[in-house]
Design a protein around this ligand. Structure first.
Ligand code: PLP
Length: 394
């Protein structure tokens, strides 16, 4: 048995695809401590710097003092405590939907919700580079899957025509993300809404990397485009820009009531700890405040600076306006991406190399993420280092 896994690991290593954990011995922030060294951190999704924020810490501590640590049971048994309901009311109000439901993670939200929406004989049409949680949820549902090339509306339309023709009367669910996690670009939401309306499909939009970053009060892409009413299922995470942990679904009251009855990851799992739920609520309240807007403005200033300074080459020529806080820097070869990340680490920067199966084979990349708390000089020095290292590589 042991040999079997050793061989498999060896095979991964040989293809530069092995992954290992690294220990961060500090709070999350623009600098982290790894192996006894302070590194400037361009790896996290804590876009607004809330993971270590004192307001979130105080909210969690206060709730732990009042409610304890564990929730004790699943939500439907006796795990629904006041903080859960307060968070869900705040999420619905903030997103402008009738209701909201929180999950223990964004992943759990996806794998619980998608199979509750469609089943065998229904159709799911999803973007080729959708997040693993959406793919896993789609597979769990047992529905028939069709994949369209990334953001390719014409191909999506073909699939929808096919589904309506060959599977008349069946439910069709479109899955996509507002900001794609490894590419940083956005979905053409307006056109997607037009298509879903024309074909009578449902649309689930995963706002994981848009929440806190895009739209009024960081309410995401659907809010920014004034399409709240047209996105049937708004999914997101409390674990990224919101600095806490958990996932959510926002939508109509009947959708939420259905999920309470059918989403297995919600029903058969202990409720999230009340302390973490209160921290997420503090983050939602912060986003709605003028200080939250100021923090978001600061983030976009930093995004603009990164956009201006990050060197380009033929693999990375996407110019123009930055669409998110995620900057992929494509290297191609897996080992070359690892080498570049290691070289950056030697110079004091932590930037992760992202490889297959997170991205397609041969499209390995650095994934640089900017946060509101980065100093301008930290961004400048990273871009200088990348420029220098890359010119030595080629
Ligand atoms: C991170 C992520 C998730 C999962 O959210 P977690 O709260 O981390 O489980 C889902 N979808 C996308 C697009 C993500 O990037």
């Amino acid at each position: 048995m042991r040999e079997l896994f050793q061989e498999q690991l060896q095979a991964l290593r040989a293809r530069s695809l092995e992954r290992r954990l690294r220990e961060i011995s500090s709070v999350q922030g623009p600098e982290v401590q790894i192996a006894g060294r302070r590194l400037i951190n361009f790896s996290s999704n804590d876009y607004l710097g809330l993971a270590g924020d004192s307001r979130l810490r105080q909210a969690a501590i206060g709730t732990i003092k009042e409610f304890g640590v564990g929730a004790g049971a699943s939500r439907l048994v006796s795990g629904t405590q006041s903080p859960h309901l307060r968070l869900e009311a705040a999420l619905a109000k903030w997103k402008g939907t009738e209701a909201a439901l929180s999950f223990s993670s964004g992943y759990a939200a996806a794998v619980g919700t998608i199979p509750a929406l469609v089943s065998k004989n229904d159709i799911i049409v999803l973007d080729k580079i959708c997040h693993a949680s959406l793919i896993d949820g789609a597979q769990l549902s047992g529905a028939i899957l069709r994949v369209f090339p990334h953001n390719h509306l014409r191909k999506l339309e073909n699939h929808l025509e096919w589904a309506r023709r060959e599977h008349a009367g069946k439910r069709i669910l479109i899955l996509t993300e507002s900001v794609f996690s490894m590419d940083g670009d956005r979905a053409p939401l307006r056109e997607l809404v037009e298509l879903k309306r024309r074909f009578g499909a449902l649309l689930l939009l995963d706002e994981a990397h848009a929440i806190g970053v895009i739209g009024p009060n960081g309410r995401g892409l659907a809010a920014a485009e004034n399409l709240i009413e047209d996105v049937d299922v708004q999914m997101g995470t409390l674990s990224k820009a919101l600095g806490a942990s958990g996932g959510y679904i926002c939508g109509s009251r009947s959708l939420i009531e259905w999920l309470i009855n059918r989403a297995r990851s919600f029903i058969y799992s202990t409720a999230p700890p009340p302390g973490i739920v209160s921290a997420a609520l503090a983050a939602v309240n912060f986003l709605g405040s003028s200080e939250g807007e100021e923090r978001r403005r600061l983030l976009w200033e930093r995004v603009g600076l990164m956009q201006d300074l990050l060197p380009r080459n033929e693999l990375n020529e996407k110019a123009g306006v930055a669409n998110s806080a995620i900057f992929p820097w494509i290297v191609g070869d897996e080992q070359a991406a690892i080498d570049l990340a290691s070289a950056l680490q030697m110079e004091g920067f932590f930037v992760p190399a992202i490889r297959y199966p997170t991205v397609a084979k041969g499209s390995a990349r650095l994934r640089v993420t900017v946060t509101a708390l980065h100093e301008e000089d930290q961004i400048r020095s990273l871009c200088r280092a990348i420029k220098r290292l890359v010119s030595h590589m080629s």
